[in-house]
Structure formats: structure tokens, C-alpha cells
Design a protein around this ligand. Sequence first.
Ligand code: AMP
Length: 560
Amino acid sequence: MSQMTQKTVQFHELELDQRILKAVAQLGWQQPTLIQSTAIPLLLEGKDVVVRARTGSGKTATYALPLIQKILNSKLNASEQYVSAVVLAPTKELCRQSRKVIEQLVESCGKVVRVADIADSSNDTVTQRHALSESPDIVVATPANLLAYAEAGSVVDLKHVETLVVDEADLVFAYGYEKDFKRLIKHLPPIYQAVLVSATLTDDVVRMKGLCLNNPVTLKLEEPELVPQDQLSHQRILAEENDKPAILYALLKLRLIRGKSIIFVNSIDRCYKVRLFLEQFGIRACVLNSELPANIRIHTISQFNKGTYDIIIASDEHHMEKPGGKSATNRKSPRSGDMESSASRGIDFQCVNNVINFDFPRDVTSYIHRAGRTARGNNKGSVLSFVSMKESKVNDSVEKKLCDSFAAQEGEQIIKNYQFKMEEVESFRYRAQDCWRAATRVAVHDTRIREIKIEILNCEKLKAFFEENKRDLQALRHDKPLRAIKVQSHLSDMPEYIVPKALKRVVGTSSSPVGASEAKQPRQSAAKAAFERQVNDPLMASQVDFGKRRPAHRRKKKAL
Ligand code: AMP
């Protein structure tokens, strides 16, 4: 955890059960985060609380720890088993994340505290019904999921619920769950403790607060929306639509971007266009498409987190998720202001080094959400944005917001210009544009359909098999070439003549191509090693100036 850690309060001072403390210690959490140390005592007192907290701040444990404590307390006196807490979240992924954290925290309680995630689509309705019929202590669900069961009669009894948590509360109504939510809370008893956790305190959150909270405490901790600049750098490249592919190709192929990256674009079609484009150069990436089955998305993210892939392409487009249970009401479309992807918002991407805005985000909020995917915990990160003339207005708003947040001096720029000369990319332009054009609308459309088919097949047919063969599940990759465009093998290699002069000085001159397959190409390893020596920034080699002569001390280093 980053600056959120407070030295003064320790977990053992929070009056939590030994079993909970043991689980916390097993997770390696040294101290509560700021949000945890502030909110947990209030929640243990039984107060209704609205917490403004972003993903990455330790928000899940903030509500989960007191929730578990409360259940352990009630179990001392009650012999009956009943659903004592409901945790609502707007998507299956978020439900799953919550459930996982809760499961980790009850690990040392034996089977005393049970949790069921009924949004989990890997379970069929029969399994979900069965889980509910056993009255788990904690039910995690989307509002529509739980409402469907609550209205189905005897499946679940919510009359003993003592705590209601709404996670990512600002998204719940935005994703169209308002009617479901209103109907669902009618199934709860008249008195219960309620907790709303939200990244932003929007009007929706205020309305929700009016519906289910009683005299609440609102915690707006001075948690910076953005991590400090020494941890997260912001850079931009002024690039028109025609320039973007060549620049991306050059940056990736020359390894000027290193580590794990999320490339953000503004639509699902663009995701596939970029993927097909990169595929032609032998650069593998997977698309996080909210149209794909939830299991597949979760699997993709967990593989990305484990390092199976280096590049994920994601969009802000929101596709309405169809919950496992039947929605009791017709949900409205999400508002355009809340378009940040259901596929990425709130999901715990781990160790992302770079966020690349291939398309500049549509608004400041989206920029901040995207930026929040990197520089988690104490890690460093970079945001590199491609900005066209059309996008420059939003870029200016983002710049202003960043300047305000970081109290920038007059004339100071937070989003720095990436040191880079457009003419140095000219040599990449020809092949890049060819490949960009080859990713036609038809190819994109076909790929999108093909991938959905493949992944649904993966999801449905192989589900049972993979349950028993976990190793094979790891071998299932989501970045396999989609082959919608004939891939010309020579494009995977980068001939030396297109490497900018400034970089040639680093890699030396040779007629052998600088290619993708490093093992077979010692030249590439030499180049890579040279970059690594040259560049101080561990994440993005932004100091490598395509155009300028390298400073004397750098030239000396090369001679070594
Ligand atoms: P969240 O904000 O709930 O998405 O949590 C973000 C990450 O922080 C998760 O990977 C948690 O496991 C981790 N985390 C939560 N609380 C702590 C803590 N007190 N110390 C260290 N890591 C934590």
C-alpha cells in the first residue's frame, strides 16, 4: 500500500478477533491503511458509513474486517444460521474480488463464517440456490442477482440481515440497478447497518444514501486521487490518427516501453483494430472485452497479473452485464459520464507499469481511472497519452486538473512532452500504415465475433474439464493470434534501416535485422541491454530521444 499506510495504528489495536488478525498476518499486511484505521472503529461501533475510497486503497478489507468481526460476535450468542450480511457490487468481477478478500480474511475462522458469491457465473442456478439455501453468513451479489432470488420465494431469507454493504456504490445506479436496489432493500429488516463504498460521491450515491443509511458518517479522507509524480509520471505525444499506429509500433518494437502495459482505446472495435495491427508485427496482446464471458475476463486478468501477457488492450465502452439471476427490471443504459469500462473499473490489475492512452480518454474522470491502473502500492508507473488535435481539449482539462491537484507553479506542466521527434518515426510509418489499414472494419468485426465464439466455447465446454485440470487452464491463453489478417512473417522482424539513427548509436551498426525473436537474434539482446544501461527510468525509456544526439556522459557509457 502506498501513502495510505499510517504508522500510528496497528491491526491489533483495532479490537479484532485473533482469528482475523491471524488471517491479516498471513496476508502479510503490516498495518491498516488510512481508510481502514479510520473507518473500522466507526463500523465496529455500528455506525452507518459512506466511505470515499478508490480501488487499491484497501477498501474491501475496510468493510470486510468489521463485518466478519460482527458475525463472530453474533455467533457467540446465536445458535441459528442466517444470512447476516449482504455485499452488493455492480459487476460479477467486483463480486468475485470482494468474495475472495472475504474468504482470505475468514481463512483462520475454520468454517465458522461462510460466504457465497451468487454472481459467480461459474456456478449454475442450482448451485447458487443450494448455496443460498444453506443461509451463508455473507452473500455477495449484484442487486439484480439477489433480487431474483429474494423474489423467488423461499430460496433466501434476508430478514435477519444486520449489515448491508454496497461496494463501488457510484456505479450501481449508473449500471442500471436502481430499481432492483430499491426493491431489494424492501426484503431487508427495518434496521441494519449500512456501508457505502464509492470512488466518487456522486448524486447517485447521495440518493442511495437517502434510501438505506441512517444518520451516516461520511468519510472523505484526504486520499490523493492521483499518486505523486515521483511515483507516477504523465507524458504525452502529440499524434494525429495517422501517426498513432507508427508511434505505437516503434515504441513497442524498440522496447521503449517495457514491463506490463494496458493500452486504452475508446471502443471495443478499436481494441480489436489495435490487436490485429500488433499481431501483424508478432506483438501479442489480449483484449479485455466486456462482451466476453466473465470467467474469461477474470482468467485473462489473473494471467496478466501473473505475467503470462505483457499487453492488455481495454476500452471504456460499457456493455451491460447479464447477471446469472434474471433481472427483475429492465435496466437503463449506463450514463455516458460513467463509461469507464466495466471491464477495467475496480478490477485489481496488479503491477501494471504503463498505461498507454492510444485514444485519449473522453473526460478527466476517465483519465484518472485509467491512470489508477498503474503505480499501485509502492510501485512506479507511467501514463503515456497519444493526443490528437481533436483530443487536445480534454487533454487541457486533464492538465488543469493535474496542475490543481499537484499545486503546480505558474507555467509548470505535469503532463510532460515525451522526448521524441516525429520525423524519426517516418521509417516505421510505411509498414505501420499498411498494417493499420489491413485491420479493416470487416476484419475487426469478424475477429470480434470469432473471439467471442472461441472464448464462449472455452468457457462452456471446457469449464468442467478445467475444474479438474487446473494446469491446463493455465495453458489456455487469450492472446493467440486471431489470424483475421494474413500475417507476413517478415513483419515480426525489424530491419535495421528503420531503426532511428539515435538508437543505432546505442545498438551499434549491423546488417542483421533487429527482430522480435530475441533468442534467435543476439543483436536484439545487445540492443535491449544497451537500452537498459542507457535508461534510468525503470519503466519507460522516455529519456531516449529519437532525434537528439545523446549527451556526452551517455556516449561515454556506450564506449565502456
Ligand atoms: P482494494 O482497495 O480492496 O481493492 O485493495 C487493494 C489491494 O490492497 C488488495 O490487493 C489487498 O489485498 C491489499 N490490501 C488491503 N489492505 C491492506 C493492508 N492493510 N496492507 C497491505 N495491503 C493491503
